[in-house]
Design a binder for this molecule. Sequence first.
Ligand code: FES
Length: 349
Amino acid sequence: MDWSEEVLSNDIQHGSTLSNEPEERFENPGLPPHKPRKNESKPSLKKLDSAIVTGIFSLSALASIAAVVLYFVLPDYTTLANIRVGNLVLGLGLAIGFGGIGIAAIYWARALMDDSPKVEERHTSRTSAEAQSEAIEIMRQGVAESGVARRPFITAALGGALALVPLPFIVPLVANLGEEDGWNIGKLKHTMWAKGTRLMTDGPHDASRPIKKEDVTIGSVFHVIPEGLNDLSHEEGYADEKAKAVVLLIRLDEKDLKQPEKSLDGIVAFSKICTHVGCPVALYEQQTHHLLCPCHQSTFDVADGAKVVFGPAKRPLPQLPITVDEEGYLIAEGDFPEPVGPSYWERKK
Ligand code: FES
């Protein structure tokens, strides 16, 4: 007996037929009796719930306002500590703002809206004209049951909270556009490098030393910081300045360079900050002249102006213009010609 014959014989044994008519096998159990909420019989409780909902919406609105006010009142955002405080304030404002709206809406639905069970019969999924008007009627009923019209305070508090909650996010964004100070994206445009700044080997104060041109032999690589960086304290922004100014100094045979005129007898200096999302690019392959970023494998060709040859980075590493001073030490001719590190929306290119 094959499987289809087996199924048919089972069906016959259990009394089912091949007709398309579904069998009525279950009794409709009906709905359990509706338990009214406590506040349905006590108007004072309902008033209290209503006040709680209004209060939570208002708290949300206040948190949003407070975050915006504190953003302007707090001290300048030039240090990491102040930036942290600012972020904390905005984060709390957004959390209480959005959280308050969510909690108040749930409380409103659970405590004040009608919770009597509704039965909706199954029907075909095609929406008829009657169903559409029925849906509109249900929505009207929902609005009526939510009591929006009868509860002007809740409605006003909800409107206020919804209107104000995006402000802690939007205001700092708008306030920062084009700023040179404060939460200062403008600071990313400049580094400590300036005309005449000596190139120093990276290391603590007593180990860092200026680099002479003849120290840089073909194939050698130096991790470099600007002169004066080690004199900065942490409060003066040592870490921030170092994060922007670190440089990789490499000497190639001039004939390997695509644009030798942009080098100092084969010596080139590139920002060490990956143009993808800012990891330090420090893995140099001497044979291929490729610099590899360990984070997402962006690869830059040192022989060709540190152009991207692989990976998610979109821009070459900015090149630091260098020369030598009268004592033969390598110095910068100026700052990087463009901002270092990842692209951001204020970049010109
Ligand atoms: S940070 Fe360098 S590849 Fe992503």
